[in-house]
Design a binder for this molecule. Sequence first.
Ligand code: PSU
Ligand code: MN
Length: 287
Amino acid sequence: MARVALESTLLLHGVPRESCLSLHAQLCDDVRGAGAEPALIAVFGGESVVGVSACQLEALLSSGTVPKANTSNLGVLLARKAHAATTVSTTMELAARAGIRVFATGGLGGVHQGWSTQLDVSSDLLACTRFPVAVVCSGVKSILDVRATREALETLGVPVVGFRTGLFPAFYQRSLSEASPPTVDATFDNVEELGAFVHAELARTGRGIVVCNPIPEDAEIPAPRFEAWKQEALRMASEAGATGRDATPFVLGRLHAISNGETLRANIALVRSNARLAGAIAAAMPA
Ligand code: PSU
Ligand code: MN
């Protein structure tokens, strides 16, 4: 059966610890319900594991802070026999090596706000040019510069396609609510056609694809409400000096608290929708 990769950073750093095991179980059900087999990816005691068990996930959860691994520090963490949570970049790397071609997550990393004074660009973007995996996501992380990240994907030559949308999603919103919002390269309205395209394009290029699946309409958070929470969370991060790899986990934690769980509920709704779509794409792809 076709497999779908799931990432461990989203679980270990993106949601509160008490939501982690239940979200993992829900994502597995969602992928299986769509006709594919889920494979959570993480580093466990220096071994890259494709298909982390619930027991291993519990062990990771109770082992204190698990570092985030991107393509730059993955090798060091393996060499040091550490536990690590894989981000989009390392999940793509390990999925590709295991022959998995579809991966479901929430949002891609990308170009951070304020990039012109303090450069912070996720290695996720370059990973899309290196590993032949289709990443099903709801755009990029909510706290990034969405427009700049869309441009960077274009510069890197990464195909960005939309499932039933012509607009590049903005995580908690189905698109940016601005004049001339960023778009996708092509729109697919049915899963069979999308699966056939993903199959052909991965084989043709040996590089990645971004498949955009906007947040379900009933889970959207209106932009003005989210903007206010985001500004407050970013201010708290700058006061606490949370930068680089620590920035996202810190800001997401504050957002979930400030919004009284609203951002968490929306985040779960969109990741689950992405898991269902990824499962359906994987099931529709020729072996
Ligand atoms: N989007 C979320 N929550 C997350 C992430 C993305 O809503 O936790 C994670 C993903 O694992 C992504 C990583 O690959 O953040 C990017 O981190 P950085 O900006 O440090 O590269
Ligand atoms: Mn970064």
